[in-house]
Design a protein around this ligand. Structure first.
Ligand SMILES: [Zn+2]
Length: 220
């Protein structure tokens, strides 16, 4: 019914206005002709993500790597928006994991992102697997291209190569732009854990992530 649709549209507009006024973007907005990269450090606040045997928290590793990548990208004239810039949940209020993930994808759509790159640290039960793995939005050739661009500098920095893998992660699927999850290493593997504990190593990984993004954007 037309009247129902009109009310639904008005409701949607009001909701969008409320949302934008309550949740301003955390960094630079899109400018004409300038790419805008959304960097998404996984977890945060009440959600630590994976935890190393030493007590190292994934959320801290992810954030420092994303911040390092952001600095390099902004230094090269690329716009960057972060889904979080501190140890906090992405959205205020009670923490619900699905809403938290949706919020990250929604931010990418709202700011008009060129691409979305989520940063995570991996875990698996055997403790034997090491090295970075880039997952890409399974239905998106551009996401696959972005994943390959990231895999090169990450593999050469770390010295371990895993080919990119397709995934149906909620954040990637709902972002509606080329989107990848970079798993920077395994908190369950002793050597990866030792390296990811080091701030200098996180800076290097952040640089590698930025190099891959710049290559994808044709700004090598
Ligand atoms: Zn994670």
């Amino acid at each position: 019914m037309a009247k129902g649709r009109l009310w639904a549209a008005l409701g949607g507009l009001a909701l969008a206005w409320w949302y934008l006024s309550a949740h301003p973007p955390k960094a630079t907005a899109a400018a004409p002709g300038r790419p805008l990269v959304v960097l998404d450090p996984g977890h945060g606040g009440p959600d630590p993500g994976a935890v190393g045997v030493t007590g190292l928290l994934e959320k801290e590793v992810n954030l420092e790597i994303a911040q390092s990548a952001a600095r390099t990208l902004m230094g090269r004239g690329v716009g960057v928006a972060m889904t979080r810039t501190q140890d906090s949940a992405v959205r205020p209020g009670p923490y619900l994991v699905v809403q938290d993930l949706r919020e990250r994808a929604f931010l990418a759509r709202r700011v008009g992102a060129t691409i979305l790159v989520s940063i995570h640290s991996n875990a698996e039960p055997t403790g034997t697997v090491a090295g970075p793995i880039v997952y890409y939005r399974a239905d998106s050739p551009s996401s696959q291209q972005l994943a390959w661009a990231l895999t090169g500098p990450l593999a050469s920095t770390v010295g371990i190569y895993h080919p990119p893998r397709p995934a149906h992660h909620l954040v990637l699927m709902e972002a509606r732009v080329p989107a990848v999850t970079v798993e920077v290493g395994f908190l369950t593997q002793r050597h990866d854990l030792a390296r990811l504990t080091s701030s200098a190593w996180r800076q290097r990984l952040g640089t590698a992530v930025a190099q891959g993004i710049l290559a994808y954007l044709g700004r090598r």
